[in-house]
Design a protein around this ligand. Structure first.
Ligand code: WTA
Length: 635
């Protein structure tokens, strides 16, 4: 039996049981049958969560780009690999075949080599959703350089922090980007960031908006002329199974962003296998994930997972609202999309628009709908199911994380019966556990706890770049011998999982993870601010929005509060990016604190949620009197 493509529920249970009883045999079989290895492994898995150390397919040698590109050339050379849909619908879409992708990745890889990039070097990629982004990522992988893609919506400060953290030698960017009706000066942001980055020697600049930009001589180089003269042959670097493939930053509840390190073989096997099954991808299907490659969803399910299966994957440069809110559906009709994968925040924004924008387009090619990034509420689920899927296309509510590399809990379409707001069953090979407050595993069904994973899976992150101790503290210290996700979940009477949300100080706004501490640090930089605390509150489109409580240094601050609010959001935009702006800012005389000086966020959260009926015991606070005052002035 080939375990590679699951087709009915019985088979799911059978394969699942096999994958849990004998994980090594299971993954070995998948790896043997479906990938190209230059050398096979000596050992499938070794692991020790107490260190933590996890190694898959040790001893194996491979290059992921040979698996994503070269091995398809004989049978799929003229098939579209990447279908680029530009920001402006009047511009032509670009079909990049596997043959063309092969040439372009090789040329780019040769340019990287000519510029002195070697195996193991870190390369920061700060590009909009244009083909060069996917090609740059693959070119790095071709020569064994470690890519660190930074979402092109992050500010100069956020970019420089990430560049310095992983000591990148090169930045790949563009002269600008289109975002709906706006253009963004990406190169200007890079220039600003690089004032703080001594490690960067070279900046390669792709042309996108043809704007007149400053090029710093000796450092900045236009990409195209270099590509034009580069050879289309580039031997793939032989990589060890556990060599790092990329670093991708994610927010933590405290401190600097965490550079999650993903390695080569396990990541490839798991993203390919999960892509195939979670979307039931068939040859000749057109698959579209609307995420940005700056996030893990784009890495695993726009680039690596689809290409490892020889799929056609769409890259969309624009936004759902441009030129109008029918854009997604127009693209589905135009490219006859079969699998469509997006985020609940996009679904909620589109559901607010008139139905005629959906009904105007032929969506009959859609077979599978996906959701990712945050819990999908019941209303959005039904809107998606009724109006986009016409009740015929199963919704796969896929739960996973930057850290997990691939989808962890999800229905398999046409296999697992779906249930609104439930991510349903663990994917093949995944062993979830729910934990109670005392660190005991909750057995059986109808339980509610903290979500952990108790056995390694191939695509898990192996460490945090430069800080293994933090990796251990964050993920492997809360519960013995288990990976802790930071999420809460419940298991219903049939064993389906529903993710209830973060249990730490990470807030998911429009599907983006935001740590509260870095935002507070940014606000506290404002000369008028003494202290601040951020919490989330429900928002009908973004899922959560941010509520800031701010204490001013000078209580008699004469400047109007509205100006201060603007300035505070401006500082946040500069330090992190516009995605972290606060929706509400309340100025207050004090923040509720415990006797040890810790801010009681639970109380602030309740006030922001407008749920003050049961604030719990506030008498143990250092300053119980501020609670009433905050409530009286709540926004
Ligand atoms: C949340 C995105 C509910 C969760 C792939 C997780 C979800 C965090 C879902 C990771 C889902 C992601 N249902 N919550 N289907 N998918 N999340 O690292 O809180 O950007 O821990 O990875 O998003 O976000 P990240």
């Amino acid at each position: 039996m080939s375990n590679y493509h699951i087709k009915h529920l019985e088979e799911y249970y059978q394969v699942y049981r096999k994958s849990v009883r004998a994980p090594e045999n299971f993954w070995e079989e998948v790896a043997e049958e479906h990938f190209l290895w230059q050398k096979k492994w000596d050992n499938v898995l070794s692991w020790d969560f107490s260190k933590p150390e996890v190694k898959w397919f040790e001893g194996a040698q491979l290059n992921i780009t040979e698996n994503c590109i070269d091995r398809h050339l004989a049978t799929r050379g003229d098939k579209t690999a990447i279908l680029f849909e530009p920001n402006d619908p009047k511009d032509d879409a670009e079909h990049i075949t596997y043959n063309q992708l092969h040439q372009r990745v090789n040329q780019f890889a040769n340019v990287l080599k000519d510029q002195g990039i070697k195996k193991g070097d870190r390369v920061c990629v700060y590009l909009p959703m244009i083909p060069e982004l996917a090609i740059a990522v693959l070119a790095c992988a071709r020569i064994g350089a470690i890519h660190s893609v930074v979402f092109a919506g992050f500010s100069a400060t956020a970019l420089s922090t990430r560049i310095n953290d992983s000591d990148c030698k090169m930045v790949i960017t563009s002269d600008g980007s289109y975002r709906g009706a706006k253009t963004i000066d990406l190169k200007g942001i890079v220039d600003e960031a690089l004032k703080e980055c001594a490690c960067v020697e070279t900046v390669l600049v792709a042309k996108r908006i043809h704007s007149d930009i400053d090029m710093k001589s000796g450092r900045d180089k236009w990409l195209q002329p270099l590509l034009d003269t580069a050879s289309t042959d580039c031997k793939a670097e032989l990589m060890n199974a556990e060599d790092p493939l990329f670093i991708l930053y994610t927010s933590g509840s405290t401190g600097q962003p965490k550079g999650m390190v993903h390695t080569t073989a396990g990541y490839m096997v798991y993203t390919a296998y999960s892509f195939k099954n979670a979307f039931q991808y068939k040859e000749d299907d057109v698959y579209w994930c609307t995420a940005d490659i700056g996030w893990i969803t784009g890495h695993s399910y726009i680039v690596y997972g689809p290409l490892a299966n020889g799929a056609t994957t769409i890259m969309f440069e624009g936004v759902p609202s441009y030129p109008d809110f029918g854009r997604f559906w127009e693209i589905v009709e135009k490219h006859k999309v079969n699998q469509f994968y997006t985020a609940p925040t996009a679904i909620r924004a589109l559901a607010k628009q008139g139905l005629e924008l959906v009904e105007k387009y032929d969506l009959s090619t859609l077979k599978v709908l996906g959701s990712v990034g945050e819990p999908i509420n019941e209303e959005a689920w039904h809107w998606y199911n009724d109006n986009v899927g016409k009740k015929k296309s199963p919704i796969v509510d896929t739960w996973w994380q930057t850290e997990t590399g691939g989808i962890m809990i999800t229905p398999i379409p046409f296999v697992t019966p779906t249930k609104p707001t439930y991510a349903t069953l663990p994917f093949i090979g995944i062993q979830p556990a729910l934990m109670d407050e005392n660190g005991k595993e909750l057995k059986g069904n109808q339980v509610d706890g903290r979500l952990c994973i108790k056995f390694p899976w191939p695509s898990m992150a192996r460490t945090i770049w430069g800080n293994h101790q933090r990796y251990k503290d964050t993920y492997f210290s809360a519960y013995e011998n288990k990976y802790f996700t930071g999420d809460g979940a419940l298991r219903d009477e049939v064993g389906y999982y529903r993710i209830t949300g973060r249990v730490d100080d990470v807030i998911i706004v429009s599907g983006h993870n935001l740590g509260t501490a870095p935002i507070e640090d940014a606000i506290n930089e404002h000369p008028a601010v003494a202290e601040s605390a951020i919490v989330g509150f429900p928002h009908d489109v973004k899922g959560n929005a941010l509520y800031g409580y701010v204490i001013l240094k000078d209580v008699g601050e004469t400047r109007v509060h509205d100006n201060l609010r603007k300035e505070i959001n401006q500082i946040i935009t500069e330090h992190i990016g516009p995605i972290a702006k606060l929706d509400k800012i309340q100025f207050t005389q004090g923040l509720p604190k415990t006797r040890s000086g810790k801010i009681m966020r639970r109380i602030l959260r309740k006030i922001a949620h407008k749920d003050t009926s049961n604030l719990g015991d506030t008498s143990t606070l250092l300053n119980p009197e501020v609670v009433q005052d905050i409530m009286d002035n709540a926004l």
